[in-house]
Design a protein. Structure first.
Length: 60
């Protein structure tokens, strides 16, 4: 967890990470899958959870 200004917290988590699951399947911001490969700095600074869902094979 990263403590941000104003008492806000940014949490970075993984789901399904293992020695075999090294590829990113999806990225979620506060439980919502991101439809694009980036997130605005202002959103990060508001705090929340950034979750990487992992898989064992690359996406086609």
């Amino acid at each position: 967890d990263l403590e941000l200004e104003g008492g806000k917290v940014l949490r970075v988590r993984t789901e399904g990470q293992s020695a075999e699951n090294v590829y990113v399947d999806a990225v979620l911001w506060n439980g919502v899958e991101l439809g694009r490969p980036f997130l605005e700095h202002t959103a990060l600074m508001q705090g929340g959870e950034l979750r990487f869902r992992m898989r064992g094979t690359p996406k086609p």
